[in-house]
Ligand binder design. Structure first.
Ligand code: F6P
Length: 321
């Protein structure tokens, strides 16, 4: 393998830059040239690229966002776009491509591989919703960013004896909400994977906390459950508490990656290049517990991921549900 490409796609995640750096530096170490494809699949469709050398990725590990930009490409969804993407790979002489992103990114990689391009995927999303991997690049940083804001909210909620209702990202998954909820000692946590009994899961925990002496409350709502504004309205109706809503939004996607994300991204980047250099294709690099493994992309996409049961049980125990 003489030359490969690397790109980031879908929602960005802290640590994507560290993964890019690792792909570039590992490639150079193995005598492989590395080309950065910009703006996700759009870059492959439109031939938007940048050759990357040792220096061009210097100091990148600590930077949030992605130096290659990211996009959710409409053009690549159609047959014509996919043909153009493959033509770009041929023109540039890319013998392999590393795509960093979520399930949508992996489905795109499958299309490339069906047309003869060797591909490896790396899981990068703050949602941690990729079934084949217990961990995705960006999750830890997003948890810590959300936690930092929630700790600050607590101060003012305590002063005013209010109920804070915080909406966290996660798309259809509640992993981020659950982890953040456990970490901040939330009064209750609502996740889309479980049905919400408002009286039992929200009102009662608030009451119990009040009976225990607490005069401020922290309710964490995963965006997949619905609007935090609706939850806050219902809480006020049921309890007369003064509620305030905070939608954390895209702040959760930014910031310098934590050590965990830098290390995971660096390791995964190394593995991706190693697989391509060994002539492998159609693989996705994953974490299972403490071990890094790789799966066939088709198999990986068939897997299902539930909520971490242990964490959910602990959260329920501590919130007294
Ligand atoms: O997948 C990452 C994510 O941040 C989700 O948590 C969220 O639902 C979505 O992307 C937001 O997408 P956009 O950046 O397009 O608004």
């Amino acid at each position: 393998v003489r030359r490969i490409g690397v790109f980031t796609s879908g929602g960005d995640a802290p640590g994507m830059n560290a993964a890019i750096r690792s792909v570039v530096r590992t490639s150079l170490h193995m005598g492989i040239e590395c080309i950065g494809i910009r703006r996700g699949y759009n870059g492959l469709v439109n031939g938007d690229f940048i050759p990357l050398d040792f220096e061009s990725v210097s100091g990148l590990s600590r930077r949030g966002g992605t130096m290659l930009y990211s996009a959710r490409s409409e053009d690549f969804r159609g047959e014509a776009g996919q043909e153009k993407a493959v033509a770009t790979c041929k023109l540039l002489g890319l013998e392999g491509v590393v795509g960093i992103g979520g399930d949508g990114t992996f489905r795109g990689l499958l299309e490339l591989s069906r047309r003869g391009v060797a591909v490896v995927g790396l899981p990068g999303t703050i949602d941690n919703d990729i079934a084949c991997s217990t961990y995705t690049i960006g999750f830890d940083t997003a948890c810590n960013t959300a936690l930092d804001s929630i700790d600050k909210l607590r101060d003012t909620m305590q002063s005013h004896e209010r109920c804070s209702v915080v909406e966290v990202m996660g798309r259809h998954a509640g992993h981020l909400a659950l982890y953040v909820g456990v970490a901040c000692g939330a009064t209750c946590v609502l996740v889309p994977e479980r049905p919400v009994d408002f009286e039992a899961d929200v009102v009662e925990p608030i009451r119990r906390a009040r009976l225990g002496g607490r005069t401020h409350f922290m309710v964490i709502v995963a965006e997949g459950v619905g609007s935090a504004y609706d939850v806050a309205k219902k809480i006020t109706e049921a309890t007369s508490l003064d509620t305030r809503v905070t939608v954390l939004g895209h702040v959760q996607r930014g910031g310098a990656p934590t050590a965990r994300d830098r290390v995971a991204a660096t390791y995964m980047g190394y593995e991706a290049v190693r697989l391509l250099a060994e002539g492998k294709s159609n693989r996705v690099v994953c974490v299972q517990g403490d071990t890094y493994v790789d799966y066939d992309i088709t198999e990986a996409l068939k897997m299902k991921k539930g909520l971490d049961e242990q964490t959910y049980t602990v959260m329920r125990a501590l919130t007294g549900v």
